[in-house]
Design a protein around this ligand. Structure first.
Ligand SMILES: NC(=O)c1ccc[n+]([C@@H]2O[C@H](COP(=O)([O-])OP(=O)(O)OC[C@H]3O[C@@H](n4cnc5c(N)ncnc54)[C@H](O)[C@@H]3O)[C@@H](O)[C@H]2O)c1
Length: 247
């Protein structure tokens, strides 16, 4: 259980982030539900509060360090500390190699990778004095083995995230801040809707469990890495993918 823990979940307006925010709150954590989508984010927070749990909406563009610094300050102002950070916000526009622009390249690295450094650093500075912290970065099978379906740049952001997870894990280990990554396979969220039906069916055919995941199935693994009982795992990548990649 996570009573007295304070968690930030980014990209929590829907999909994996929304499921994670709900599950952390059900475990007793106070949850800062963070996204750029005001209405959807408030629906998630309100849904959690309707269950008698604690959650508040924090609007923040994770690609902008000025905004993530402010997010950390605002969460500390409201809840007094931060124990858990789930770096989940991400975008995956599927763009063929020859159509990729510099602007889109920078946008994808800005949203998917930049907060893994800047937001994690800001949160870790709050965690340090308490000598307790959990950070979970949401990568992808694309970051593990390379991407498919026009995800060249996306897979680069997710692979970079895995290297940074290990380096940050070493850096913050003296403060008992454990930093891990999860590499999901295909999950049934809006992000996977832009994959055409035949490509989707072909992909599912390659998954040993023969289906996509539901967001809650990824959330359970995230919450496991955030738990009080997870004390000896840091710098690891957990593959949560129905068996499609085994490393
Ligand atoms: N769905 C999949 O198949 C899949 C597979 C592997 C990894 N992932 C990863 O899981 C994470 C969650 O994805 P999802 O499938 O739930 O997708 P989703 O599109 O449903 O949710 C992503 C959320 O991130 C938010 N977001 C986007 N840009 C943001 C920004 N600049 N600042 C703050 N929030 C922002 C969106 O508003 C949205 O709520 C992503 O990092 C994604 O790369 C997803």
């Amino acid at each position: 259980m996570l009573e007295n823990r304070v968690a930030i979940v980014t990209g929590a307006a829907r999909g994996i982030g929304a499921a994670t925010a709900l599950l952390l709150a059900r475990q007793g954590a106070k949850v800062a539900v963070c996204d750029i989508e005001a209405e959807l984010t408030e629906m998630v927070s309100a849904g959690i509060r309707a269950e008698g749990k604690e959650a508040r909406t924090f609007l923040c563009d994770v690609s902008m360090p000025t905004q993530t610094d402010q997010l950390v300050k605002d969460v500390v102002d409201v809840y007094g500390k931060i124990d858990i950070l789930v770096n989940n916000a991400g975008i995956c526009p599927r763009i063929p190699v020859d159509e990729m622009t510099e602007e889109m390249f920078d946008l994808m690295f800005g949203i998917n990778l930049k907060p893994i450094f800047f937001l994690t650093r800001a949160v870790a500075n709050v965690m340090k004095p308490y000598k307790w912290g959990r950070v979970v970065n949401i990568s992808s099978t694309g970051g593990r083995i390379g991407g498919i379906h026009n995800t060249t740049v996306y897979s680069g952001t997710k692979g970079g995230m895995l290297a940074m997870t290990k380096t940050l894990a070493r850096h913050y280990a003296p403060y008992n801040i454990l930093i891990n990554a999860i590499a999901p396979g295909a999950v049934d969220t809006r992000m996977f809707e832009n994959v055409q039906t035949d490509a989707r069916e072909e992909y599912i055919g390659t998954v040993p469990l023969k289906r996509m995941a539901k967001p809650i199935e990824i959330a359970h693994s995230i919450v496991h890495l955030c738990s009080e009982e997870t004390t000896w795992v840091t710098g690891a990548t957990l593959d949560v993918n129905g068996g499609v990649v085994m490393m």
